[in-house]
Write a protein that binds this ligand. Structure first.
Ligand code: GTP
Ligand code: IMP
Ligand code: MG
Length: 338
């Protein structure tokens, strides 16, 4: 499929990093472009025995022929970006939109104190205050930063040309549907819309160019920061079930709850999703760890997956069976033939 958008259907941290890294390798993605808010995201990518915690570069970096772009909608910390480029040795294949907004120290300070830190419990990465300043049309842009000059490129042009040439393009959304400024649990949300349509806008791709929207769910629900979480469990109960997670960016505990069919159904609608990915099936059903075929999953796991499919009225085409990029069941072919 030439242009695929990957988006989260819950509150972020559903494993988009893993899904995107798998897709880049399997589909030989030519161009991956990062959408979403900015370095408030933390994607974990595990590949060839190494674990990477990415904040801004596309998780598709694991496929070494993939061109890695950052869309204008994203706000960036130049230092963090340069570190990730170094860490992944990707200098020759990174492009940044000249109109990405730049996070400065005053944004981080404003994000770490008062209302944002205490009531909303933001990540403290400066993304909200930076976006606020962008809306006031006073923010610094990537084109104003000499260290970024060699990476600047016309991102919308590169992405649209790749799509028109029939190459595989991946648009990497971040955060999650219910963290959207418009459709999420306001005011407990992030600083912009993060649904699939917003991801396309972030990178300069029109809605008619998208062939698939993959919505990523985790087999249970988690949320970091303040705001409602239906059927939230105590930390002790989450620990007992193996659902007790620690946030990648802030080191905070992730609050946990069982899979919410209601939230999932609405997220499918809000994103116009065409297929779903379901991660961490191995956490719910440990016997599924590392399994790579649907038949290899236990009956209980398959019953759960089929219930999800009935409830959300979409095929679950990708099933995560472990943290590694290649620990996955891929049923896309099966559904393509049907
Ligand atoms: P945001 O953009 O911050 O929302 O993050 P994300 O969706 O990229 O997810 P993140 O990497 O923050 O969290 C997912 C965690 O689950 C990471 O530690 C992954 O390594 C891990 N993970 C992803 N898929 C699976 C899976 O199928 N099984 C297991 N056991 N772990 C997984
Ligand atoms: P901000 O995006 O840093 O302004 O934080 C606003 C809310 O979104 C807080 O509840 C954060 O915990 C949450 N949030 C922002 N980015 C992510 C993410 O990538 N994963 C999970 N939660 C996030
Ligand atoms: Mg995360």
């Amino acid at each position: 499929m030439p242009c695929t958008v990957v988006i989260c259907g819950f509150f972020g941290d559903t494993g988009k990093g893993k899904v995107n890294s798998y897709l880049s390798l399997k589909d030989r993605i030519a161009v991956a472009v990062r959408a979403g808010v900015g370095p408030n995201a933390g994607h974990t990518v595990v590949y060839e025995g190494k674990k990477y915690k990415m904040r801004v570069l596309p998780s598709a970096f694991v496929y070494d022929k993939c061109h890695l772009l950052i869309g204008a909608g994203v706000v960036i910390s130049p230092e963090g970006l340069l570190q990730e480029i170094q860490l992944t040795k990707s200098e020759g294949r990174v492009g940044v939109d000249p109109q990405c907004a730049i996070i400065e120290s005053r944004h981080i300070e404003a994000d770490k104190a008062g209302y944002l830190a205490e009531k909303i419990k933001t990540t403290g990465s400066g993304t909200g205050p930076c976006n606020a300043e962008r809306a006031l049309r006073m923010v610094k842009l990537a084109r104003d930063v000499p260290e970024l000059e060699k990476f600047l490129t016309d991102v919308p042009l590169e992405v649209n040309v790749a799509i028109d040439e029939g190459k595989n393009v991946l648009i990497e959304g971040t955060q999650g549907t219910y963290l959207s400024l418009y459709h999420g649990t306001y005011p407990y949300c992030t600083s912009k819309d993060v649904t699939a349509s917003a991801a396309c806008s972030d990178v300069g791709v029109g809605p008619t160019k998208v062939s698939d929207v993959i919505i990523v769910f985790k087999s249970y629900t988690t949320r970091v920061g303040a705001g409602p979480l239906p059927n939230e469990l105590s930390w002790e109960e989450a620990e007992k079930r193996g659902w007790a997670e620690i946030a990648t960016v802030t080191g905070r505990r992730r609050r946990a709850a069982p899979f919410s069919y209601e939230l999932a159904r609405r997220a499918v609608m809000l994103n116009g999703a065409t297929q779903a990915a379901l991660t961490k099936i191995d956490v719910m059903f440990p016997e599924c760890k590392g399994v790579k075929s649907y038949e290899g999953l236990s009956q209980k796991a398959r019953d759960f997956i089929e219930k999800v499919e009935r409830e959300i009225k979409l095929p679950v085409t990708l099933i995560g069976t472990g943290p590694d990029a290649l620990e996955i069941v891929d049923r896309r072919e099966e559904f393509r033939k049907d």
